[in-house]
Design a protein around this ligand. Structure first.
Ligand SMILES: *[C@@H]1O[C@H](CO)[C@@H](O)[C@H](O)[C@H]1NC(C)=O
Ligand SMILES: *[C@@H]1O[C@H](CO)[C@@H](O)[C@H](O)[C@H]1NC(C)=O
Ligand SMILES: *[C@@H]1O[C@H](CO)[C@@H](O)[C@H](O)[C@H]1NC(C)=O
Length: 188
């Protein structure tokens, strides 16, 4: 079982698996009672999560970011910047939609040549079927692309998790709000 989980996680599954499991496993209100596992076409247990990340980067009291160090160079690149975030995970893209967790961690501008950011994030689920569980996501982010990052572990329902996240920006009407749509594919 463990070996097949590992094998499955290396296959680029979203196109195959998403249509099969998305309906059952969305964090949508209708699916909150769904079990935490789906069966993919290869027969292994895969879990698909779908939610939205909201980052309020205003400096006000409801902002969710802290700049620790500014960019190191005066050339407009983010290289050398370090930040801490306590961002929100919500069911939908609407700022008023249900809060299901937080994303707590560090970001570092780590590319001399473009805007790539190295991110070290803990996704902490506070509501919904995975309340009390966490996912550790580590990887490289370039805004404006479909960002793929490895899931390197988890706790609670996500102990021993392996997988990946795919996220992309969605339009926001609030200039202080960065919203990313997340699809997460896991074996655990
Ligand atoms: C911050 O959020 C709280 C709770 O939603 C709200 O009552 C308050 O007005 C907000 N503050 C600002 C400055 O937007
Ligand atoms: C973002 O934070 C600012 C400052 O606290 C607040 O005025 C604004 O309402 C927040 N936006 C959202 C969508 O929470
Ligand atoms: C996002 O906004 C841009 C600029 O207003 C627009 O061209 C684009 O179609 C929008 N995308 C979506 C998915 O709404």
């Amino acid at each position: 079982m463990a070996a097949s989980h590992r094998a499955n996680a290396t296959i680029p599954l979203p196109l195959i698996v998403a249509p099969l499991v998305a309906v059952l496993l969305l964090f949508s209100s209708a699916a909150t009672t769904a079990a935490d596992g789906g069966v993919d076409s290869a027969g292994g247990d895969m879990t698909h999560l779908h939610f939205f990340f909201h980052e309020n980067f205003s400096a006000g009291p409801n902002g969710t970011t802290a700049a620790v160090s500014p960019p190191a160079r005066g050339d407009g690149s983010s290289f050398g910047s370090v930040g801490v975030v306590d961002d929100m995970l919500k069911e939908g893209a609407d700022p008023s939609s249900r809060l299901i967790g937080r994303v707590q961690g560090l970001t570092a501008g780590a590319s001399l040549s473009n805007g790539a950011v190295t991110t070290m994030l803990n996704m902490v689920f506070t509501d919904g079927p995975y309340k009390g569980s966490t996912l550790a996501v580590f990887g490289r982010a370039v805004l404006g692309t479909v960002i793929e990052r490895p899931v390197i572990g988890g706790t609670g329902a996500f102990r021993m998790a392996r997988g990946y996240t795919l996220s992309k920006m969605v339009n926001s009407t609030d200039p202080n709000l960065l919203i990313l749509e997340y699809n997460v594919y896991l074996s655990h």
